[in-house]
Design a protein around this ligand. Structure first.
Ligand code: ADP
Ligand code: ZN
Ligand code: ZN
Length: 743
């Protein structure tokens, strides 16, 4: 006799309680064939009316009284084909990234929450332009910078949403109140974030596209109209006209009665960019960002579903906007790691966009100045069509880049964090009243050990990534768990200056003030950006000239234009080169290339200084020359040699446990059962994670490598079954395909 099976079914996907499925008995006729994601008809309520539902999970455990549990009537006639695209997508996420169906459904579906009082406050100008201008003059004289910034904006805008005032403009409510008292503005409340662009300010004339831009637009549209749905990569530096191409393509998409989704990483989603979209498309645009509440998100989705808007701009999750008939998905800055979800299912928006596009028959257009290896690899293989935009339309030259060898500095007796070149250039800027940016590309965990004399970095002999120093003094590999004692002297040159790098942003600020008394600094790092909007406030204060030097982590080099910045310094490029992650070279290249783009955006020529112990490393040399192709050629060789993505695929199986030994045992059991699958796999680990314990939860990880993604999915399925069988109590397991970060 077969055991009874039960299925969790959600009956109304627009209901707020999708996490409360109803349990039904699986009839014998369906035993073994019923799967999560399938659409079924079930009796519901006291009348037992048959309604449609979706299977979330099938198990052999009855949660209630078996006598009272109703039975599934049948699989819905319309079957898979007529299923809601959203549910198909949820099923795809579950299958491809490994999560429960509920987790997948929650990812694609905004929970229905009472929308409450939807209110967006905004500031309305009630004085005339002339009066505003004279008030602006007064505030500038009195050095009331925040008020001046706001007034400056009010010269051209009659109404400004409040969230922009406290956020992007960095103006406090006391400044607003004082302007209110002076009768310059009033606060108004609206039901909805209103399109800030008045009809008269809409674009009336579109710029004539350059030859290269036109060619992209023409080929994408020609493909679309001939029924070919492709994926396209636009490789072009910032200012080369990518956004203009996106907007033109969106225009063409709307003309064809289809909708468009534009993904932009939140950090790069500036007010200026949004205004461009509003100017072009007016009220048809809607923005999804993290400032929206659940209720507002739900409301936005309803508007998208009803056809009230047809362009949505936002980060990763905007991909799940329930448009009826998507024609185009744009992914700007496609290399950004924020496109990968960090909670289950750990999906990548780029891959998921391809599936959304397939379901809707849409095209996907990606853009980046430094494409991810994954995307460029596929473009090279002909899977994506590659376009290149070479010229900067905004003018401004690429900066002159100096690579400084820190080993030389030590030899010359300079033990300061600032090389002689950097000191000289900083002094020059301060004299001329130009601004500088100094950054530490510290990213995640980098407890690496290197030699200050010869630059030698301690690496894992098996994985070719940097080893990290642990509390017990051992050096450890984040992937395979290889351990070795920290050597007393450099194994290459015998120097005793072998050590970790510990300078933080705060220390840089202190040293800078010692070296240049009176220098005005702003600091942006995890400490100074804890509160909401502090990020934007620091950036806008810097843009307003309130400091000579902005010091920060890599967050300062992303997505902001400071025309007065003519010097950018990377204090220790090695920090991102030695993170113990196979993507370290790629990240360093991206970061340095982006940073170089920050210097000399205005009319003034810029310079950049890269300080490093590895001045010959290809990621550094190629970034200094802004040579993406050259970088790609070397990096892909490394990936191929060691079987890292995109040359192969990699699945991280992450185990979180309350008890250390139980966690390790589960990790070992799972690694064993992965080994037993008929698929030819390479298994690395298990090992304790790079940060072995967080909040009293122990973390273990092992990696599975395989050429073929589908075989990795099969492995995940085997592991899921094994986990179900073992029913661990104090341990949870997560899957991360082609992980972006070491755990
Ligand atoms: P990217 O997205 O690559 O950074 P943008 O599309 O923002 O580039 O273009 C950079 C600047 O050049 C913008 O100010 C934009 O308005 C302008 N621009 C873009 N295309 C054209 C064009 N064909 N003619 C004139 N100006 C253009
Ligand atoms: Zn050495
Ligand atoms: Zn290793």
């Amino acid at each position: 006799m077969t055991r009874e099976q039960y299925a969790d079914v959600i009956v109304d996907i627009s209901h707020e309680k999708v996490d409360r499925p109803f349990q039904y008995r699986v009839p014998e006729s369906l035993a073994g064939s019923l799967e999560a994601g399938m659409c079924v008809m079930v009796p519901f309520g006291s009348g037992n009316k048959l309604i449609k539902g979706y299977v979330m999970e099938v198990s052999s455990r009855c949660k209630f009284d078996p006598e009272k549990t109703k039975e599934i009537a049948k699989v819905a006639d319309d079957g898979v084909a007529a299923q809601d695209k959203t549910m198909v997508l949820a099923g795809w996420l579950r299958r491809n990234y490994g999560s429960t169906m509920i987790q997948a459904v929650k990812t694609v579906l905004p929970a229905k929450k009472a929308v409450g009082r939807l209110e967006h406050k905004s500031l309305q100008r009630i004085m005339g332009k002339e009066e505003i201008l004279s008030l602006l003059g007064e505030c500038t004289r009195k050095k009331q910078r925040a008020k001046a910034r706001l007034l400056q904006e009010l010269v051209s805008q009659e109404e400004i949403p409040f969230e922009w005032i406290t956020g992007k403009l960095g103006v406090s409510s006391s400044a607003v109140k004082s302007l209110e008292r002076e009768g310059a503005v009033r606060v108004v409340s609206r039901r909805r974030f209103r399109n800030p662009v008045k009809f008269t300010e809409r674009d009336s004339m579109l710029p004539v596209l350059s030859f290269a831009q036109q060619k992209i637009v023409d080929s994408v549209i020609a493909d679309f109209d001939q029924g070919r749905r492709g994926a396209y990569l636009i490789h072009g530096i910032t200012g080369s006209g990518k956004t203009e191409v996106y907007m033109r393509l969106i225009g063409e998409t709307l003309k064809r009665g289809r909708q468009a989704i534009v993904l932009i990483p939140e950090i790069a989603l500036t007010y200026q960019t949004l205004l461009r979209f509003f100017r072009r498309f007016g009220d048809r645009v809607s923005v999804m960002n993290s400032t929206l509440s659940q209720g507002e998100k739900y409301d936005q989705c309803a508007r998208a579903r009803n056809g009230e808007v047809d362009v949505v701009i936002g980060p990763r999750s905007a991909l799940f906007t329930p448009f009826p008939n998507i024609g185009l998905i744009v992914i700007d800055e496609e290399h950004e790691s924020s496109y990968k979800s960090e909670s289950m299912p750990k999906y990548h928006a780029r891959e998921t966009a391809m599936e959304v596009a397939r379901l809707h028959g849409a095209s996907v257009v990606m853009g980046s100045a430094t494409p991810s290896l994954e995307t460029y690899f596929r473009a090279r293989a002909g899977e994506y069509t590659l376009f290149t935009l070479k010229e900067r339309l905004t003018g401004g030259m690429l900066p002159q880049v100096h690579i400084v060898d820190l080993r030389e500095e030590l030899r010359a007796g300079n033990r300061s964090i600032f090389s002689r070149k950097l000191q000289e250039l900083l002094e020059e800027r301060l004299k001329k009243g130009e601004q500088s940016m100094l950054f530490l590309n510290r990213r995640g965990y980098s407890g690496f050990i290197s030699c200050r004399a010869c630059g030698h970095v301690m690496k894992c002999p098996h994985c070719d990534v940097s080893l990290a120093e642990h509390r017990n003094g051992m050096l450890m590999c984040h992937y395979c768990g290889f351990q070795t004692a920290k050597p007393p002297v450099c194994p290459r040159c015998g120097s005793k200056y072998i050590m970790g790098f510990r300078a933080g942003t705060q220390q840089i600020e202190e040293k800078l003030k010692e070296m240049f008394p009176g220098v005005r600094t702003l600091r942006m790092d995890a400490d100074t950006t804890r509160t909401k909007d502090s990020h934007e406030r620091i950036l806008s204060a810097f843009a307003a000239g309130e400091a000579d030097v902005l010091i920060g982590t890599q967050m300062i080099v992303k997505g902001h234009d400071f025309p007065n910045v003519t010097l950018v310094g990377a204090i220790a490029a090695d920090l991102s080169l030695c993170t113990g992650d196979f993507r370290a070279g790629e990240r360093t290249f991206q970061l340095l290339t982006q940073a170089a783009g920050r210097a000399g955006r205005g009319s003034l020529p810029g310079q950049m200084v890269i300080q490093t112990y590895q001045p010959d490393h290809y990621a550094i040399v190629r970034a200094a020359r802004q040579d993406y192709e050259g970088f790609y050629e070397e990096e892909i060789l490394y990936r191929e040699m060691l079987g890292y993505p995109p040359a192969a695929h990699m699945l991280a199986v992450q185990i979180y446990a309350k008890e250390e030994d139980k966690g390790m045992r589960l990790a070992e059991l799972l690694a064993q059962s992965a080994k037993k699958t008929p698929v030819n796999l390479q298994i690395i680990g298990p090992a304790a994670a790079s940060i072995g314990r967080i909040n009293d939860i122990f973390r273990f990880v092992f990696y599975v490598k395989q050429q073929n993604y589908d075989k990795l999915i099969q492995t995940k399925d085997v592991l899921e079954k094994e986990i179900k069988r073992l029913q661990p109590k104090g341990e949870t397991v997560q899957f991360d395909f082609d992980p972006l970060n070491v755990l």
